[in-house]
Design a protein around this ligand. Structure first.
Ligand SMILES: Cc1cc2nc3c(=O)[nH]c(=O)nc-3n(C[C@H](O)[C@H](O)[C@H](O)COP(=O)(O)OP(=O)(O)OC[C@H]3O[C@@H](n4cnc5c(N)ncnc54)[C@H](O)[C@@H]3O)c2cc1C
Length: 559
């Protein structure tokens, strides 16, 4: 079947739904595609909150400076200015849409402190902020007539004559492939957390959007910048929100010492995430951890605060480790959390590939540069989702409808059928996913060096070759998850390749890229973005893009 829209949004998390709403309000016909029910998108897992400089004692300039310093001066400052100026309007809009943000005893919106922020500007709904935002947006897009295709899995972008004109997707319930033809496509497919094992991300975060754009020839930018969150639970890797430290929790080592005093005497536990994750890694390497972990200690906050403001993480630690954080410190370690890099866009979400937009975690505007501040990602999804929706709705007005596409749909059907027809033997997607994830965590984690990265690249290329012979056991059509896992594996391998190539290229330490063989930041040579573009029949191509500096010159970064 071929279905036509003006704007096709690939992804129904916060970025996708915000984009869809805006495009629809501006008169475009809009379809949204999501491989899970929209409310199951990873945005729903966001705990801590969303940043905006709303308080009279705060300003968008201070928010922008914190963001730029947090990015280790790699963020594009014009884009950061837009995000921080527009943050209050998007936050208030979400409140009007029905999100019940926390209010203090005076009835005013209340904030919590967050890492790398010089003012408390994080607005929140207990520790379920993402879920609250997602529900409000979902209600609204349904009310305003946006069509969603839930549990449809995108397999390829349709790019005739160098312009993006839609996507092919599998309707998982029926196992049929369809072409969703459009005048513009907005990629909002989220992060690539599962390229690492463990990760705080949901199992569905497999970098599909990054890879679809990469395959279509759009450049990926800042891909070496992979954020490790300082507080992920021992074993499972579940996130223990930064909101805990925002409320005053301590980080301690095996001697009960608040070790952050050695690394960030001013901001302590609330230094930026790259700094805290490196500090923990040093504590562990120097033998001051227990069983590969340090501790998150909330005991002094008291039962009432924990139950009221941090109920979800309290329950997670209790259910998964049998530990009650009211009584005992919780073992945690740094874990993969977020990808700063993504499909390169301008501040209206447009990518260099005509007709293709991107927003949210799969995009790179770049407002996070080398390191994202906590609670700036939800903000990024709303501001740049809205802007991509608006710009695409204007763009499609001058685009003519297409008749073609049958051939492309057929070729995708054949490609998928060939995978299904492969007899079940040899490599499995599960084994390769695990190998890939542990390799990335081991060699492309908090600290990196040339030998480890070259080794990782060789191994990823070997995994890529082995993935060609992956077969799936389930040969049926209905909800064939094995088939989707195999397709996702290919997306993950593309993301891993782009990340490692960028990490090899950047011969300095900046933000989340900590090279033990190049320990210093080197503004003279590396104050620039690295882009990776796939080229047919050859190795991916590396290119550069200058960092936009408006008024904040790079300085030494201390917390
Ligand atoms: C545990 C956790 C806690 C977090 N807490 C915070 C926080 O407190 N504050 C903050 O600012 N940030 C937080 N973040 C980061 C933030 O939540 C995410 O970066 C953001 O929500 C991403 O939104 P998105 O719309 O880009 O993508 P997502 O919400 O991940 O949505 C992606 C969408 O794309 C769809 N999709 C993907 N691939 C395909 C495909 N092949 N075919 C069809 N559909 C597809 C999915 O179905 C989904 O609907 C947290 C992240 C995690 C993992």
């Amino acid at each position: 079947m071929i279905i036509d829209y003006d704007v096709l949004v690939l992804g129904a998390g916060l970025a996708g739904m915000r984009a869809a709403l805006e495009a629809k309000r501006r008169g475009a016909s809009v379809g949204v595609l999501s491989k899970v029910h929209p409310l199951r998108s990873h945005s729903g897992a966001a705990e801590g909150g969303i940043n905006a400089a709303l308080d009279p004692g705060d300003s968008w300039e201070i928010h922008a400076f914190d963001t730029i310093k947090g990015s280790d001066y790699l963020a594009d400052q014009d884009a950061v200015e837009i995000m921080c100026r527009e943050a209050p309007r998007d936050l208030i809009e979400m409140e009007h849409m029905g999100v019940v943000f926390f209010r203090g005893p005076d009835g005013k919106l209340g904030t919590r402190a967050f890492g790398g922020a010089s003012k408390a500007r994080t607005y929140f709904v207990a520790d379920i902020t993402g879920q609250a935002l997602l529900n409000a947006l979902y209600d609204t897009i349904l009310k305003e007539g946006v069509k969603t295709h839930d549990e449809w899995f995108a397999t390829a972008l349709y790019v005739p004559d160098g312009t993006c004109r839609g996507a092919v997707a599998i309707d998982m319930l029926r196992g049929e492939l369809h072409l969703l033809r459009a005048k513009a496509v907005i990629l909002a497919a989220g992060g690539m957390g599962r390229v690492y094992e463990p990760s705080t991300n949901a199992l569905i975060c497999t970098g599909d959007g990054h890879a679809l754009a990469y395959r279509a020839g759009a450049p990926l930018m800042d891909m070496e910048m992979v954020q490790y969150h300082p507080t992920t639970l021992k074993g499972t890797g579940f996130l223990m929100t930064e909101g805990a430290r925002g409320e005053g929790a301590y980080l301690t080592n095996k001697d009960g010492e608040r070790f952050m005093q050695r690394y960030a005497p001013k901001m302590m536990e609330l230094a930026s995430r790259d700094v805290v994750s490196r500090s923990e890694t040093i504590e562990l390497a120097e033998g001051r951890g227990v069983d590969g972990c340090v501790y998150l200690d909330l005991r002094h906050l008291g039962a009432e605060l924990i139950h009221k403001k941090l109920p979800q993480i309290h329950e997670i630690a209790l259910n998964f480790l049998g530990l009650d954080m009211v009584e005992v410190p919780i073992p945690i370690r740094p874990g993969m959390h977020y990808i700063m890099g993504g499909v390169k866009t301008d501040s209206d979400g447009a990518t260099p590939l005509a007709g293709l937009y991107a927003a949210g975690e799969c995009a790179c505007v770049s407002v996070h540069g080398g390191n994202r501040l906590g609670a700036n990602s939800l903000l990024d999804t709303l501001v740049f989702g809205r802007r991509a929706g608006a710009h695409s709705a204007d763009y499609v007005k001058s685009v003519k409808p297409l008749e073609s596409g049958e051939e492309f749909l057929k070729s995708e059907q054949q490609r998928i059928q060939a995978l299904l027809d492969r007899p079940y033997k040899g490599e499995t997607h599960a084994r390769l996913r695990l190998e890939l994830g542990t390799l990335m965590d081991d060699k492309v984690g908090v600290y990196r060096d040339e030998a480890g990265l070259q080794d990782a690249l060789a191994k990823v290329r070997a995994i890529q070759a082995r993935a060609q012979s992956v077969s799936v056991q389930d040969k049926g059509r209905i909800y064939n998850q094995a088939l989707l896992f195999a397709l996702e594996l290919d997306y993950m391998i593309d993301c891993a390749e782009a990340t490692i190539m960028s990490a090899i290229e950047r011969k300095e330490s900046r933000g989340a890229q900590a090279r033990s063989d190049y320990p210093k930041r080197d503004d003279a040579n590396w104050l620039k973005h690295i882009l990776v573009t796939q080229t047919p029949g050859a190795d991916p191509k590396i290119s550069y893009q200058p960092v936009t500096i408006t008024k904040w010159q790079p300085m030494e970064r201390t917390y």
